[in-house]
Write a protein that binds this ligand. Structure first.
Ligand SMILES: NC(=O)c1ccc[n+]([C@@H]2O[C@H](COP(=O)([O-])OP(=O)(O)OC[C@H]3O[C@@H](n4cnc5c(N)ncnc54)[C@H](O)[C@@H]3O)[C@@H](O)[C@H]2O)c1
Length: 352
């Protein structure tokens, strides 16, 4: 697919969903570029939209997306609303001829994510998801090293997105109906995407999983404020094994609340026949006759992940070569998330 920049004028950008990620990531990034102008923001709550526009120097605020599209005719749209609105809002943006950057997760279900990918392809527009961890330099380096065989056959990958007592005290994160799930769809999905990206998106043949809710529906306070345990309807931890076509496994562990020693873990380990690697920061190690060896080491993990993710999207829209987390990969990730929930709920593995 080829995309052409509107070289004669800055591209017009609108943001839908005036929350914290919209401000810290999307508005902050667009403000760094001279070839785009943030012209409008939409939120279902007028006060939030107005305040967001005032803080971020955006000319107009709306509560009605249709009106915004009619009056503003944006070229690019960022979808930063809660999960259950992503699908309809992405399709709407594509219908209006916009390129779209959508926050993760892509959608609530695989059929929704597939429809989004197909709609983007039909429209010939860029659809990118903000799976920002894969945009760390650490991921790019390890992906290349793995592809070049530096670890040998990678047969065990362990992805962890764990919090000891980190149930979000804001938003709709504890509500299965509104959010689609708990830590898996919120934070586990990030390490799943990073692991799949480094491994080159291998085929997954079977998924088994166990989920628990032992703390979120009992306690009411943690590191991220207070929540209502009687309204807690998502898992508070989930453990899954994904069997890969080549015979290896990818294990995913994720939690909002779990009695582990660390406050938080967001990382992936790759165990190969010749060497192992840890993702953040990128580190490759092996041994020789009992001597432990470091083959490669970055001192610090890349902290510019969101910036890199947004840049990849805008660069792609401008017609430059850049790798985005696209509609098809978003669909693959959504399928895996759904398979993990299905396997955990029915207590049986799911064949893909
Ligand atoms: N990539 C990341 O690291 C990352 C980080 C945080 C959040 N997110 C994702 O971003 C999305 C938003 O999360 P957040 O933390 O910014 O939430 P938030 O609660 O801070 O903001 C959401 C905003 O959307 C508005 N909204 C609700 N329904 C709407 C609708 N139908 N149309 C327009 N606006 C609507 C709300 O009023 C609110 O202002 C979620 O999907 C979340 O998973 C991603």
């Amino acid at each position: 697919m080829e995309f052409t920049a509107h070289a004669s004028r800055p591209l017009r950008v609108a943001i839908i969903g005036a929350g914290q990620v919209a401000e810290k990531v999307h508005a902050a990034y667009y403000a760094t570029r001279r070839d785009v102008t943030l012209v409008a923001v939409v939120d279902k709550e007028a006060e939030r939209a107005d305040a967001f526009a005032a803080r971020n120097n955006i000319a107009r605020a709306y509560t009605d997306a249709d009106e915004m599209y009619r009056l503003e005719q944006p070229d690019l749209v960022s979808i930063c609303s809660p999960n259950r609105f992503h699908s309809a809002q992405v399709l709407q943006a594509l219908q209006h001829g916009c390129h779209v950057m959508c926050e993760k997760p892509p959608a609530m279900t695989p059929p929704e994510a597939l429809a989004m990918a197909e709609a983007a392809e039909r429209a010939g527009k860029v659809l990118a998801y903000d799976f920002h961890h894969r945009f760390a330099e650490d991921c790019r380096i390890l992906r290349e090293k793995v592809a070049a065989g530096a670890l040998g056959e990678v047969y065990v990958t362990q992805a962890r997105a764990l919090r000891r007592c980190g149930v979000p005290g804001w938003g709709v994160f504890i509500d299965k109906e509104q959010q689609g799930g708990g830590p898996l769809i919120d934070i586990g999905i990030h390490m799943l995407d990073a692991a799949m990206y480094v491994l080159g998106f291998p085929q997954v043949t079977r998924v088994s999983a166990h989920q628990f809710c032992k703390i979120g529906n009992r306690k009411n306070r943690g590191l991220f404020g207070e929540w209502q345990p009687e309204k807690y309807t998502v898992e508070d931890s989930l453990f899954a094994t994904l069997e890969l076509a080549g015979g290896g496994i990818l294990r995913l562990e994720t939690s909002f609340a779990l009695n582990i020693p660390e406050e938080s873990v967001m990382n992936v380990q790759f165990c190969g026949a010749d060497a192992g690697a840890t993702l953040f920061p990128a580190h490759i190690y092996t041994d020789d006759g009992g001597k432990l060896l470091t083959l490669y080491q970055r001192q610090e993990a890349d902290s510019q992940r969101h910036h890199n993710s947004m840049k990849a999207f805008v660069d792609r829209v401008m017609g430059q070569e850049s790798d985005v987390a696209d509609g098809r990969q978003g669909y693959r990730i959504q399928q895996l998330v759904a398979a993990m929930y299905q396997a955990a709920e029915q207590g049986e593995s799911v064949t893909l």
